[in-house]
Design a protein around this ligand. Structure first.
Ligand SMILES: Cc1cc2nc3c(=O)[nH]c(=O)nc-3n(C[C@H](O)[C@H](O)[C@H](O)COP(=O)(O)OP(=O)(O)OC[C@H]3O[C@@H](n4cnc5c(N)ncnc54)[C@H](O)[C@@H]3O)c2cc1C
Length: 369
């Protein structure tokens, strides 16, 4: 089958990988360079975790995602993943972590609750003031996103997938399976995969999932004060710091930065490119101010850099994989889609080969069991 993929983020590249290994003829079109800053997939790291409060379907998918990553590492011949485990803290009954514990109970025997002294042992930079317990899973860690995109790009090129960078797609005729490129030329395929992330509403106004919203998120890279560098280097991925607001911290694994973010502080943006504007001092202070209360000597962290980026949010944070005639629209975003890249790619390839019905693909991707 001839497949044209629009978008060179994790979903376009993973889908190209899964289709090419089944022998399909794949071409991919990316409007910028693969890995450019406005793509949601382009960052040093993304977390993988199985904690999914109230979402047993996504919890099961997240566990299955690990096997798909192993398939990818085997094809790449290298692993871009640090399996440091995942830790979330509960401060209030019913908060994100507490609900994740309830969802995991009975589904995931690897998840365990940790007493406060054990939290301190895993990372003594974390303050346990006001913490009820920790939720720990060995099924978690840091995916080295930028390296994954680069490795996929090299692997696909070596496999004969034609990657067209700096080649924007202006329009998709979903019925004819035809792309119109920015220079006016046309490209025809048996199947089109539209994996254009936050640009989907502009590209496919009638077929993009309704209610996709761009939100500007601020990522802060910081240096820990003396005495805590080692704690962070050996830390699990901190998925949620509990309470009403939460926040996550990515440890500085294999030479990457220590990163802090608070999803609740994201603000509406007009689109992915607009969200790239430099982070203002006020928002950086808000992020680090919140972390100051969660960390020992939290006011002593030195901000190294900060940047804005785009969260594309879907209603209920569902992943969307739906056909519009000969075009599969892929909107796997909402701040949790990276971990599913190879798994979704494999499911799409199975569907393209007739082994999975489109309606089942859509239901599964939406986390419905
Ligand atoms: C700050 C932040 C933190 C996150 N943390 C996590 C996490 O810890 N774990 C996790 O699993 N997920 C996380 N996510 C979500 C995850 O990063 C995204 O779900 C995922 O990267 C989306 O990938 P994508 O390929 O769909 O989109 P993108 O990476 O945005 O790629 C879309 C690509 O399509 C291209 N494109 C768009 N329009 C066109 C066109 N007309 N023609 C050609 N090319 C086009 C774009 O240039 C872009 O390169 C996070 C997201 C953000 C922003």
């Amino acid at each position: 089958m001839r497949v044209a993929i629009v978008g060179g983020g994790i979903h376009g590249l993973s889908t190209a990988w899964a289709l090419a290994r089944l022998g399909h003829e794949v071409e991919l079109f990316e409007q910028h360079e693969i890995g450019h800053a406005a793509a949601a997939s382009a960052d040093e790291h993304r977390l993988i975790r199985t904690f999914y409060p109230g979402e047993a379907g996504y919890q099961a998918m997240a566990r299955a995602a690990f096997d798909a990553w192993v398939d990818l590492w085997m094809d790449l011949g290298e692993r871009h993943y640090v399996p440091c485990g995942a830790l979330a803290l509960c401060r209030e009954e019913g908060d994100w972590t507490d609900r994740a514990r309830l969802t995991a109970a009975g589904l995931d025997s690897a998840t365990e609750t940790l007493p406060l002294d054990e939290i301190r042992r895993r990372n003594h930079a974390l303050s346990t003031d006001g913490v009820r317990y920790g939720l720990w899973s060995p099924w978690g860690g840091v995916l080295l996103a930028r390296r994954i995109l680069a490795a996929l790009q090299a692997h696909l090129a070596a496999r004969g997938v034609r990657l067209h960078e700096n080649t924007g797609v202006r329009a998709i005729d979903t019925v004819a399976g035809e792309l119109t490129l920015a220079d006016g030329s046309r490209h025809h395929a048996d199947l089109v995969i539209a994996a254009a992330g936050g640009w989907l509403p502009g590209l496919l106004p009638d077929s993009a999932p309704p209610g996709l919203q761009s939100r500007r998120q601020t990522l802060v890279y910081a240096e820990a004060p003396t005495g805590y560098a080692n704690a962070w280097e050996n830390s699990p991925a901190i998925i949620d710091l509990g309470g009403e607001r939460g926040g996550y911290a990515v440890p500085p694994v294999v030479g990457t930065g220590l990163k802090f973010a608070i999803p609740d502080l994201a603000r509406p943006a007009t689109g992915p490119e607009a969200a790239l504007a430099p982070a203002g001092a006020e928002i950086v202070a808000d992020v680090m101010g919140a972390f100051a209360g969660w960390l020992n000597d939290g006011t002593q962290y030195r901000v190294v850099s900060a940047r804005g980026c785009c969260y594309t949010m879907a209603p209920e944070e569902r992943l969307h994989l739906r056909f519009a005639a000969r075009c599969l629209v892929v909107a796997a975003c909402s701040g949790h889609g990276f971990k599913f890249g190879p798994l979704l790619g494999q499911a799409i390839a199975e569907c393209a080969g007739g082994g999975l019905a489109p309606a089942d693909l859509a239901r599964w991707a939406a986390g419905r069991r």
